[in-house]
Design a protein around this ligand. Structure first.
Ligand code: PLP
Length: 378
């Protein structure tokens, strides 16, 4: 058999399918030379507002900035506690620390890998000001419970939606909302490998609150209100016009991309359904899953051995995430006790993510699943 060229994320294959549209969109920006704040930025902003059914989208330079700007906009003071998940990408906790807020990490649910709401409740103190749930790997956290808890304790909710753009969540009363539009502010990243990725760095904030939108818009532009009058400390965080032009094209395909990922996930689910040594991704009936990652939990197997075996056979496999945040030199505090993070500790030693993107073929999926089964002697 000819060796397949399997990648974790196939940006090239995806580009080639829409090359003409993308090239034209980028060339238009070059011709106009409106590299900063060109019309494509506000067009994309409006198109994304429409897609998400949210009142305000504030584009910015990347997903980490978006999180930082969201927390700045809430006017939190040094020492205020912000609760987030122990099992996420480092950026989420990093920005809390950068603003001299106190990160409080909580363990995750063993099925969804998102914030465990019982542990969230226990983590709330009089100093708690905000909760940052992460919609990990493409599926929403338990937002119904989180919003209820936030309301009871008068806390802000900032959704880190870097991995679940396009997912939607249905509340028990039947209302459906897009991921990132349920809390006070939602943030996302357009990093190339994200589900809606540009060709460089990019990010955005979402909110339905006019006042918070105005503050975020000011913060991304050095805290400026009226031209050359600075109302607050801000940052310089812009989405490039070229990136906005790329995103305008790709937003049209986002639903199709989610569907393609879903199809690949369904193939994996089916192939692994009868295998006891691996736990396939749990599907929360309240949330759609847009499969930023297809992440399995191994039982009684060494995930690094599996990773090495797959590599040998030409299949990339990633461990997201290998080290719990509460153990990281940069973030740990004396309050974080290893025994409080049983689930994250176990996940970091057992999860593995298989190739997941919009261009996976059935031949590739068969080869990947057959090879995983070969490792498991199935
Ligand atoms: C990618 C990611 C970010 C950061 O996005 P950047 O655009 O790389 O800054 C933040 N949070 C989560 C959960 C992510 O996956």
């Amino acid at each position: 058999m000819q060796r397949l060229n399997i990648q974790m994320v196939d940006l090239k294959g995806q580009y080639l399918k829409i090359k003409q549209e993308i090239d034209q969109a980028v060339l238009n920006v070059m011709e106009s030379t409106a590299f900063i704040r060109g019309p494509q930025v506000s067009q994309f902003q409006q198109e994304l507002e429409q897609y998400l059914d949210v009142k305000h989208v504030i584009p910015c330079a990347n997903g980490t900035d978006a999180l930082q700007i969201a927390l700045m906009a809430l006017g939190l003071k040094p020492g205020d506690e912000v609760i987030t998940s122990d099992f996420t990408f480092a950026a989420t906790v990093e920005v809390i620390g950068l603003l001299q807020l106190t990160p409080v990490l909580v363990d995750v649910d063993p099925n969804t890998f998102c914030m465990d709401v019982d542990k969230l409740k226990k983590a709330i103190t009089p100093k708690t000001k905000a909760i940052v749930p992460v919609h990990l790997f493409g599926q929403c956290a338990d937002m119904e419970s989180i919003l209820e808890i936030a309301k009871t304790h008068n806390l802000y909710v900032v959704e880190d939606n870097a991995q679940a753009i396009g997912a939607s969540y249905t509340f028990s009363d039947g209302t459906t909302k897009k991921a990132g539009t349920m809390g006070d502010i939602g943030t996302t990243s357009f990093f190339p490998s994200k589900n809606l990725g540009c060709y460089g760095d990019g990010g955005a904030l979402f909110t339905n609150n006019d006042e918070l939108a105005a503050i975020c818009n000011s913060i991304v532009n050095h805290g400026m209100g009226e031209r050359y009058y600075y109302e607050r400390l801000g940052v310089n965080s812009r989405l490039d016009t070229i990136q906005a032009a790329v995103l305008q094209v790709k937003l049209k395909y986002l639903d199709a991309y989610c569907e393609a990922r879903g199809k690949a996930a369904a193939y994996y689910d089916q192939a692994f359904s009868a295998i006891d040594q691996i736990q396939t991704p749990y599907r929360d009936p309240k949330s759609t899953h847009v499969f930023h990652q297809y992440t399995l939990v191994g039982k009684g197997i060494d995930h690094f051995e599996l990773q090495a075996f797959l590599k040998e056979k030409g299949i990339p496999c990633m461990i997201y995430y290998p080290v719990p945040l509460h153990t990281q030199e940069a973030y740990r505090t004396p309050q974080m006790k290893d025994e409080d993070f049983e689930v994250t500790n176990a996940l970091c030693q057992s999860v593995f993510s298989l190739p997941m993107h919009t261009e996976l073929t059935e031949e590739e999926l068969k080869y990947i699943t057959d090879t995983v089964k070969e490792f498991l002697n199935q």
